[in-house]
Ligand binder design. Sequence first.
Ligand code: ARG
Length: 461
Amino acid sequence: MSNKMWGGRFASGPAAIMAEINASIDVDRRLFRQDIAASKAHAEMLAKQGIISVKDGKAITRGLDAVLAEIESGQFAFKRELEDIHMNVEARLHELIGPAAGRLHTARSRNDQVATDFKLWVRDTIDDIDGLLAAYQRALAEKALANAATIMPGFTHLQPAQPVTFGHHLLAYVEMAGRDRGRFADARTRLNESPLGAAALAGTSFPLDRTMTARKLGFARPAANSLDAVADRDFVLETLAAAAITAVHLSRFAEEIVIWTSPLVGFLALSDAFTTGSSIMPQKRNPDAAELVRAKTGRITGALDALLMVMKGLPLAYQKDMQEDKEAAIDALSGLSLCITAMTGMVADMQPDAARMEAAAAQGYATATDLADWLVRELDMPFREAHHVTGRIVAAAEKHGVTLDALPLAEAQAIEPRIGPEALRMLSVHNAVKTRKSLGGTAPKNVRAQAKRWLKKLRAK
Ligand code: ARG
C-alpha cells in the first residue's frame, strides 16, 4: 500500500530497506512537545487568517492537546511506517478528529516544520545547559572561596612552575564556564528566528501571519528568506561548537582530577559517591566519572564534525541528508548535560589534601622566580641577568639537596655577594602566593574577592 500522507502518485509501498533507511521516528520522537507546540501555533494562525475555519482550528488544537497527553502518558503507539514525528502526530490527529486534521498542513511543509521543531528543541536544551553550567560555576566558586589560601604547585609543561592557590586554580574553570555560557547565549540569539511559514522552500500563496506564529513560539521574528529558513542548520552547528568547547574544558579538568586523585600525587580525594572499586584489585578507588567526562568529549566534538560533513556539499534548499542532523546532536547535548552535572558533583565532593599540596608546591624550586624578582627589585639587576644568577643558585641548592630557603647563605653569596639573609627567607611558598597581588594574580586576597564576585553574580540571576 502506498503512503497515506504523500503516496497519491505511488502505486505501491517502499522496499523494506527503503522504509528502514528513511524512518527517523526513533530519533525525532524526542521532538514531540516542540512539534505539537508548533502545530498549535500554525493552526491558530490559519484560523485567525481565515485560511481554515475557526471550528476546524479549535478541533485541531484540542486534538493536538489529546495527542500530547497520550505521548506524555506513554500510551501513544509510534509507527515506523509513518516515518517521523510530524506524520505520526498528524495521523493520530486524524484518527481523533477526522478530516479537519487534513487542513493542518495547509501552507506548511515538513521542511519548515522540522526546522522549527528542532530549533525549539535546541533552544530549550541551551536553556537547560545554561542552568547546569551556572550550578557548576557556583560549586567551583564555593570550593574556591573555601580554598583561597590552600597552596598547591602551579604547573607549566606539567612541571612545578610557581606556587598558586587551589582556589585560584578552580576559579580558572569558572572563567572558562562563563565564556562557554556566553557562546551558548550567542548561539541562542542568532537561532531565534522562526522558519515556520517558509513552507517547502519558496513560501506560500496563502495569506500567512508569520509574525504571529513566531511570537507564539517565542521567536524574535520570522526568518527573512524562505530558502535559508529550511536549509539552515547553523543553529545546530553553533550549539555543537559551543558544546565541543565546553566539553574540552570539562575534559581538561577531568584529566586533572584523574592525575590528582592518583595515590602517586594525592592532591585530592573523591568519596565513595564519586569513585568505583575494581572487581579484582581490592585496594582500588577509581575516578570513573572523571574518566567518562574525558571520554565523552570525543563523542561531543565528533558530533560537530559529523554535522559539518553532512552539510558541506548540500545545495539549497532542504535535502534529506539534513535528517541526519538530529541523532548525533541530541546524543552530544544530552551527553554534555550529563558531563556538566557529574563535574558539579565531583567539585562539591572533592577534598584537597592541603598539606600534601603545599609540600609539593615547595618542591622543584618553585620559588626561584621570586629570588630573581628580588635581585631585580633590590639590586636593580636586569631580569635576564637575575634569571641567570638564580639559575646558578638553584644548581647549588640542588647539589646540596635542599630547598632555596634552606640553602646556606654563604653558598648563595659565593654566587652573588649582595644577597642577604632576608632574600632567602622570603622564598617560602606562602610568601610567593601572598605577594602575587597583581590583577588576576593568585594571592589569597584576590582569590577571595574573585570567588565572592562570582558568587554574587551567580546569585543575582
Ligand atoms: N524527517 C524529516 C527530517 O528530519 C522531516 C522532513 C522531511 N521532508 C521531506 N521533504 N521529506 O528532516
